[in-house]
Design a protein around this ligand. Structure first.
Ligand code: FAD
Length: 480
């Protein structure tokens, strides 16, 4: 038994939804495209699961966050797929793939063949058992990767309200869940081995800002140690968390966010892998020319930094998916994918964005006792990364553009003094054309000290008008 399609997307997450939209924009015909997903619903905006979905009042629920609502595009409901003649094969796990024969075998025993395959299998949560700790299947221990996990988490939060929650892991899942647990009236303790939260991105100074706020909301931090075991009651429910440092925490529920692993196993031995993902070129094409990979599972060349990276962020999933489809449908028109890494998070009333790379020397700027501050990363004399908390749309756009331009930085103290004004003024310069070469240390724009004074004045005027606009416009908060 089998079916055949011209294009098959394997995986039904963020990247699949954005790829589907792009296929329709580029003229895919009815019956040509199929999406196979082990999840029982059409693609949705996964980041909503740790944000709007966990709110105690008016929580976000499907269908409100189907893709591609995350970029204010059309919301792709099951009806939309039907209207466009796209086959959704849901609740169906693919258990093996044969890239030589161009076939996929589902767990139900159906063979689905393709001319072009897009792998969009994303990643799975790392389990405690992979670190030698038992208890993942206890009914009050949860992870957060898909809608089923999010439903479990909501049920647990409701049944444990007023009780003790332990969050294992200090990354973005841990931080976003801890905030939601507090909002849902649980007593929260976070446990992680690093010296501060969000250790892969935050500097100690940035981390301290958020940790202090969390502490003011009652969150306790236990750092520099890890979970060693659970205590269970006679029903197999976790009652306490034992840490390697010998301490014990009472627990009514546990949330685990200790990282993810890309879902590559179907293709190991068939496609070239790198950095834990499926290696692709600037067209998102794998070592087999009929197979593309996008989203969390893809390791692609980041031209700006001259190296292959695998990113675990929603913006990269959206853009890599759209680029792959464009490269498939209009191969002669497409340039290589030229992506500026972008990551964001929203917790409590905070909202931050990060662009580029967090390597080299760090310069902090802004008011760390207030609500708008940030940091720049400078490597080999050039700006390579920018972080901003509490910015306006225009300010985020400015730091993104400035980061992409990689301006030369000669004086770190001056950059610190300029702060956000630096990005606002640099970003007013015309974008370089063509973009800087991938291995470029050199920048297209050298901002030296004498120019700063003028930029500073212009920047202050600009910042003031932006602030006035922002005040008038109010801060619109999105839930995914
Ligand atoms: C709770 C949460 C919050 C997040 N918040 C943010 C955020 O604030 N900012 C940010 O930048 N990023 C965030 N992310 C990361 C972002 O959601 C991911 O980068 C993005 O979802 C990756 O998209 P993807 O399509 O590659 O993978 P996914 O969205 O994970 O989709 C993969 C799909 O493939 C399916 N699949 C896998 N294997 C098979 C198989 N063998 N057969 C059939 N189907 C299969 C999976 O079930 C899933 O549906 C968050 C992630 C989570 C889990």
């Amino acid at each position: 038994m089998g079916r055949a399609f011209v294009y098959v997307i394997l995986g039904g997450g963020v990247a699949a939804g954005y790829a589907a939209l792009e296929f329709t924009k580029r003229g895919v015909r009815r019956g040509e495209l199929c999406i196979i997903s082990e999840e029982p619903l059409a693609p949705y905006e996964r980041p909503a699961l740790s944000k709007g979905f966990l709110l105690p009042e008016a929580p976000a629920r499907i269908p409100s966050f189907h893709t591609c609502v995350g970029i204010n595009e059309e919301r792709l409901t099951p009806k939309w797929y039907k209207e466009h003649g796209i086959e959704l094969v849901l609740g169906t796990r693919v258990k093996s793939a044969d890239v030589r024969r161009k076939t996929l075998l589902t767990a139900a025993g159906e063979t689905i063949s393709y001319k072009i395959l897009i792998i969009a299998t994303g990643a799975r949560s790392l389990k405690l058992e992979e670190f030698g700790v038992k208890g993942s299947d206890a009914e009050n221990v949860c992870y957060l990767r898909d809608l089923a996990d999010a439903n479990t988490l909501v049920d647990l939060m409701q049944s444990c309200s007023g009780g003790n929650a332990v969050v294992i892991g200090g990354g973005y899942i841990g931080m976003e869940c801890a905030a939601s647990l507090v909002i849902n009236k649980l007593n929260v303790t976070m446990v992680f081995p690093e010296a501060h939260c969000m250790a892969r991105l935050f500097t100690p100074k940035i981390a301290t800002y958020y940790e202090e706020y969390y502490k003011s909301k009652g969150v306790k931090f236990i750092k520099g140690t890890v979970l060693s075991s659970f205590d269970f009651d006679s029903n197999g429910k976790v009652t306490a968390v034992n840490l390697k440092d010998g301490s014990q925490l009472p627990a009514d529920m546990v949330v685990v966010g200790i990282g993810i692993r890309p879902n590559t196993s179907l293709f190991e031995g068939q496609l070239t892998l790198e950095k834990g993902g499926i290696k692709v070129n600037g067209r998102l094409q794998s070592s087999n020319s009929s197979v593309y990979a996008v989203g969390d599972v893809a390791a692609f060349p980041v031209k700006l930094f001259g190296e292959t990276r695998r990113l675990e962020h929603v913006d990269s999933a959206r853009k890599s998916a759209r680029h792959a489809v464009a490269a498939i449908m209009e191969p002669n028109k497409m340039d290589e994918f030229d992506y500026l890494p972008f990551f964001y998070s929203r917790v409590f009333t905070f909202s931050w964005q990060f662009f580029g790379d967090n390597v080299g020397e760090v310069v902090h700027y802004g008011d760390f006792s207030g609500s708008t501050f940030g940091a720049y990363w400078v490597s080999k004399g050039h700006l390579v990364g920018s972080f901003l908390e509490g910015g306006t749309k225009e300010e985020y756009e400015a730091i993104a553009k400035a980061t992409r331009m990689k301006p030369a930085i000669e004086d770190l103290a001056e950059l610190e003094r300029q702060g956000l004004v630096f990005a606002l003024s640099v970003s007013k310069k015309p974008a370089p054309s063509p973009p800087p070469p991938s291995d470029s240390r050199g920048s297209t724009l050298v901002v030296e000290k004498p120019i700063y004074a003028w930029h500073a004045t212009a920047g202050v005027v600009l910042a003031a008008s932006i602030a006035a606009f922002a005040y008038w416009y109010g801060r619109r908060r999105r839930r995914w």
